[in-house]
Design a protein around this ligand. Structure first.
Ligand code: IPE
Ligand code: IPE
Ligand code: MG
Length: 247
């Protein structure tokens, strides 16, 4: 199906161009209903589709979703396998929808740690969707912010050792340029579902000045209406960037 076109008359106001989401609470959602955790992840995949649709409708250009962290590898094998399988199913089911809606798929993290079958599907869909796009969906997979920053430091150190870069010139831009997706602007809004007040190793560098929005709603219950609520809340924030109120 084709998603609705952006509505410039929408009542949301100033729409952030990049929204990042920590999709949390799938397990608790399932537990509350006496269901296995994987059922929560399955319903969570439905929320991904709903939020993708809402973000496009609002005109959000970049949507980054934290789907699997470097820390999540310690979960029971059944759960990890189930999550990888869901990712695979998601790509099969929504590839056409992404292409039709001009949504480019990108990945940040360590895709090389994912099962080969999943990697292949990701590469195929990333290639196909990069040909003609207006929106970008970034999935953080086996993602950890500290390893991302450490890898950037390593790349910079290598260049300095090879004489390609003068250490004295290293600044914020240098670091930013060596992160996973240097061309993507920083998120202006970060949403975390299920009420936890922590970043869980997500985009530590990129979220320096993002507005944080935490809702008690579990991710499987976070659909279009909840996303629009978050955008409205974002609009009420006074963003000062260390300066004084602009009245
Ligand atoms: C988020 O839900 C999904 C992933 C981390 C993959 P959780 O699985 O963390 O759900 P809770 O936090 O246990 O409720
Ligand atoms: C963060 O959720 C990671 C993802 C949403 C993929 P977790 O459930 O893994 O984070 P903690 O354990 O609450 O910090
Ligand atoms: Mg969790």
């Amino acid at each position: 199906m084709e998603f609705p076109v952006p509505n410039p008359q929408s009542s949301i106001g100033n729409v952030p161009s990049h929204v990042a989401i920590i999709m949390d609470g799938n397990g608790r959602w399932a537990k509350q209903r006496g269901l296995p955790r994987l059922k929560g992840h399955e319903e969570g995949a439905q929320s991904v589709r709903a939020v993708l649709r809402a973000a496009r409708q609002a005109g959000v250009k970049y949507l980054t979703l934290y789907a699997f962290s470097t820390e999540n590898w310690v979960r029971p094998k059944d759960e990890v396998d189930g999550l990888m399988n869901l990712l695979s199913i998601f790509m099969d089911r929504y590839a056409k929808e992404l292409l039709k809606n001009k949504i480019r798929l990108r990945v940040m993290g360590q895709p090389e740690r994912l099962p080969e079958k999943v990697q292949k599907k990701l590469v195929k869909l990333m290639d196909e969707s990069a040909r003609d796009y207006e929106y970008t969906l970034i999935i953080a997979l086996s993602y950890g912010s500290r390893i991302e920053i450490a890898e950037a430091a390593k790349a910079i150190a290598r260049k300095a050792a090879a004489g390609e870069l003068d250490p004295e010139t290293v600044n914020e831009q240098t670091v930013a340029q060596h992160l996973y997706l240097p061309d993507v602007p920083d998120p202006e809004l970060m949403i975390r579902t299920s009420g936890e007040l922590r970043l869980s190793n997500f985009l530590l560098w990129q979220l320096s000045y993002a507005e944080l929005y935490v809702t008690e709603t579990y991710w499987p219950d976070f659909k279009e209406a909840e996303f629009f609520e978050a955008l409205k809340a974002f609009n009420k924030r006074g963003r000062r960037y260390g300066g004084v109120e602009n009245t």
